[in-house]
Design a protein around this ligand. Structure first.
Ligand SMILES: [Fe+2]
Ligand SMILES: [Fe+2]
Length: 203
């Protein structure tokens, strides 16, 4: 299962985004209702593709961003296919999207004026990718079914790469201040998580 982004040289920038570990209560809650987790996960992947495409709509003149986001959206739509396959293997139907209060709470911190807006969009997407990677990795380490475990390990790795793609674009967009803003948003995310109920969902 090779990723579209495999041939790119993606810098490892995760140290710039010091996300806290998930509350240890999250994993048992998720494992107790995998049906809801998987149903939510399908929409997380879909929304990740849409977010990448929305950046192409907003910044068509930025060629590097357009290429990276098109590749990333391609990865994410493949992930939708893979999660849909998982649902089908489990004999489970996909359900409607019930929204994502976590992502909405993070988006509140995207400043409205350019060039800060672009930086914040890239960094908030990096945060969401980073959190998803952590939680998909936790699931990969805990699921009983070997096929699901492999899938989640593969997806967790992909989301780490996506986090780093967003961070590298943020670095290019604002070389002087991206690290400080990334650290700020990591801290903001810790506050958002503290306010957020622990749910059988990816976030
Ligand atoms: Fe994904
Ligand atoms: Fe992703």
């Amino acid at each position: 299962m090779s990723e579209i982004a495999d041939d790119l040289d993606i810098p490892q920038l995760g140290d710039a985004l010091p996300l806290i570990a998930s509350d240890p209560r999250w994993l048992p809650v998720a494992l107790a209702d995998l049906e809801t987790v998987h149903a939510d996960h399908l929409h997380c992947e879909r929304k990740a593709a849409q977010s990448a495409l929305s950046l192409i709509r907003s910044y068509p003149e930025q060629t590097e961003l357009v290429i990276q986001m098109a590749r990333l959206a391609h990865d994410e739509t493949r992930h939708v296919v893979q999660v849909a396959g998982l649902l089908s293997r489990r004999g489970q139907q996909a359900s409607y999207d019930h929204g994502d209060a976590y992502a909405a709470a993070m988006r509140v911190h995207i400043r409205t004026k350019e060039p800060e807006r672009l930086l914040d969009r890239l960094l908030v997407f990096a945060v969401i990718e980073g959190r998803s990677a952590e939680r998909l990795g936790l699931l990969a380490g805990a699921l009983d079914d070997p096929k699901s475990r492999d899938l989640y390990a593969f997806l967790a790795e992909a989301e780490v790469r996506h986090r780093d793609i967003f961070l590298s674009l943020a670095r290019d967009a604002a070389p002087q201040c991206w690290r400080a803003r990334a650290a700020e948003l990591a801290e903001i995310e810790a506050g958002v998580l503290a306010e957020h109920p622990i749910l059988a969902r990816i976030h």
